[in-house]
Design a protein around this ligand. Structure first.
Ligand SMILES: CC(C)(COP(=O)(O)OP(=O)(O)OC[C@H]1O[C@@H](n2cnc3c(N)ncnc32)[C@H](O)[C@@H]1OP(=O)(O)O)[C@@H](O)C(=O)NCCC(=O)NCCS
Length: 246
């Protein structure tokens, strides 16, 4: 097992495990980690040292310093979490990008990952032997919420969301959104999946479900959805392929 550099150990000491929403558990072999970027501001230069040249070039493309720092910290944390599992050094990991933009390890390994950043926070999900997607969304008021919902949600989801009491509708919007994004990220399709081509069902006291999927390019299999206990003021969700799926 490789000894991680001190910067990696310091960064790993700041990431916090994330649990599934009350009443549910994370699937076996899946981890989700939370990074509060404000709480890691002092580790900026150490984080940069943990990246490779490609990551540093990608970070330097951000003109806003806050975005650059967020990118560096998130990718350094991702590298440290992966390296800890794979018994290697964070800076030695290499990535390639799929046709719709999802990064994966190069060469491909059984350890899969997904990351999401929003506001001042980020999540990293790791899963052994199955595809994974995670999404984090800071809950903030939007002017034309109904209009946005009509473009993002399927008719069935839209009807379910409109039935949510007005006081819960903003949060409800982001809960649907996070579940849908977690799925399209697990499928590695991004928006190419077609947001209207599948239905997420959200009900009180139970884990969300993928109720319908007509997404030809999605990997086959059953998909497990979980809402996550992310940071306060955010909605967060995880999608993973059921073990043993084709
Ligand atoms: C990637 C995508 C799925 C999500 O992007 P996002 O919500 O802006 O950003 P997130 O922080 O959650 O995720 C970005 C990360 O996902 C990963 N990613 C990029 N493309 C991806 C893809 N096709 N599949 C899975 N993961 C992808 C990358 O790691 C990226 O981070 P990085 O650039 O730092 O490496 C993108 O397709 C998108 O723009 N979605 C639009 C959002 C939308 O309209 N959603 C409506 C849902 S109801």
């Amino acid at each position: 097992m490789a000894v991680l550099p001190p910067g990696a150990s310091r960064l790993l000491a700041r990431v916090q495990p994330v649990a599934a929403a009350p009443g549910t558990l994370l699937p076996v072999g899946v981890e989700v980690w939370h990074l509060d970027l404000n709480a890691c501001a002092d580790l900026q230069s150490e984080a940069r040292d943990l990246l490779d040249d490609a990551d540093r070039r990608a970070a330097d493309r951000f003109t806003r310093p806050a975005s650059r720092i967020r990118q560096q910290l998130t990718h350094a944390a991702l590298r440290c979490l992966l390296a800890r599992h794979l018994g290697t050094q964070p800076g030695l990991l290499r990535f390639q990008v799929g046709p719709h933009g999802k990064p994966e390890l190069d060469p491909k390994r059984d350890l899969r990952f997904s990351l999401s950043h929003s506001g001042t926070d980020a999540l990293v999900a790791l899963a052994w032997g199955r595809e994974v997607g995670v999404d984090l969304e800071r809950i903030r008021p939007r002017r034309s919420l109904e209009q946005l919902a009509m473009t993002c949600f399927s008719p069935v989801e839209l009807a379910a969301w409109l039935a949510v009491p007005a006081a819960d509708r903003l949060r409800g919007f982001y809960r649907f959104w996070a579940c849908k994004e977690a799925l399209i990220k697990a499928w590695a399709l991004g928006l190419a999946a077609g947001l209207q081509r599948f239905d997420v069902a959200l009900a009180p006291q139970t884990a969300p479900q993928l109720a319908r999927a007509d997404v030809p390019a999605a990997p086959p299999g059953d998909w497990v959805l979980r809402e996550l206990q992310g940071p306060a003021g955010y909605a967060a969700a995880l999608a993973v392929q059921q073990l043993g799926s084709p």
